[in-house]
Design a protein around this ligand. Structure first.
Ligand SMILES: Nc1ncnc2c1ncn2[C@@H]1O[C@H](COP(=O)(O)OP(=O)(O)OP(=O)(O)O)[C@@H](O)[C@H]1O
Ligand SMILES: Cc1ncsc1CCO
Ligand SMILES: [Mg+2]
Length: 269
């Protein structure tokens, strides 16, 4: 995986405009739809258990996010996930807040065992709690100490038989055999709600067009991080509001030049 392959994957997304079916949380719904549109994908949010299977089957990817979960929605997620599995549609899972409450942790585990995931994306604490590992956040950022994060990601990949993306200051992505660290992004991403959630859906857009799921996830991470750097440059030091808008614009505009110049993806053991 390298910057050129990420550029190619982005071109495929923009050419194909893949339909991304999201069952996500109420906080990030609008931002997620706009972020996917800016990137070049086609978002749809559909939640009713009467229609989720049909929608998931015609989508290029299904994204499940438990940010504001309730039993009705969780039931719909599992129905959608199973339908996607049957139809060969990749399923991307964001276990928002796993570890925060027993209900969240149990639900994250239930979804990850009922549905064959293509990618799970979360911060280190969320991934650890989803696989029943204890995780103490070291320092301010859960992504600190990438050595530990790499072992955690590999363990999760083995256990869940899926590609695992752990994000933070640095992002780690692995299928259990091949591992990349992506050193892009900007601290202002942590001051806008739903940047992690949108990233999970962006991984869905890439997984819809690139069947090598590890490559798809790595491409999404590097492009997302570079877009954030462009946004911070363009929005100056105005703060999170301007950054959020500049970030949508950057997802729309980011291209080969910036990705080849700023993309920092490295393969590690
Ligand atoms: N300190 C940081 N510096 C640069 N980029 C960061 C930093 N922290 C997170 N990011 C980036 O922010 C994006 C979202 O990742 P993060 O780990 O914050 O997700 P999250 O915890 O699920 O967020 P949320 O739940 O608010 O949506 C990723 O692209 C990640 O690389
Ligand atoms: C703030 C918040 N609360 C539940 S989900 C969410 C958005 C970030 O995932
Ligand atoms: Mg999150």
């Amino acid at each position: 995986m390298n910057n050129q392959e990420a550029i190619n994957a982005l071109q495929m997304v923009r050419q194909a405009n893949p339909l991304v079916h999201n069952i996500t949380n109420v906080v990030v719904t609008n931002f997620t739809a706009n972020g996917l549109l800016a990137l070049g994908a086609s978002p749809v949010m559909a939640y009713a258990k009467e229609e989720v299977a049909d929608m998931a089957k015609i989508a290029g990817a299904l994204v499940l996010n438990i940010g504001t979960l309730n039993p009705t929605e969780v039931e719909a997620m599992i129905i959608a996930g199973k339908a996607a599995n049957e139809a060969g549609v990749p399923v991307i899972f964001d276990p928002v807040g796993a570890g925060a409450t027993p209900y969240r942790t149990e639900t994250a585990r239930n979804i990850a065992s009922a549905v064959q995931l293509s990618v799970i994306r979360g911060n280190a604490a969320e991934i650890a709690n989803t696989i029943g590992e204890s995780w103490t956040i070291k320092g301010v950022d859960a992504g600190e100490g990438s050595g530990d994060v790499v072992s955690l990601a590999k363990k999760a990949a083995e256990q869940l038989k899926t590609v695992v993306a752990i994000t933070g200051k640095e992002d780690v992505v692995t299928d259990g055999n091949t591992t990349y660290i992506i050193r892009n992004g900007h601290p202002l991403l942590t001051k806008v709600t739903g940047t992690g959630c949108l990233l999970t859906s962006v991984i869905g857009a890439f997984a819809a067009v690139e069947r090598d799921v590890l490559k798809a996830a790595a491409a999404a991470l590097v492009i997302y991080g570079v877009a954030a750097e462009i946004a911070a440059k363009n929005a100056g030091d105005e703060g999170p509001g301007s950054f959020q808008i500049a970030f949508l614009d950057a997802l729309f505009r980011v291209g080969a030049d910036e990705i080849s110049r700023y993309g920092r993806i490295e393969r590690v053991e």
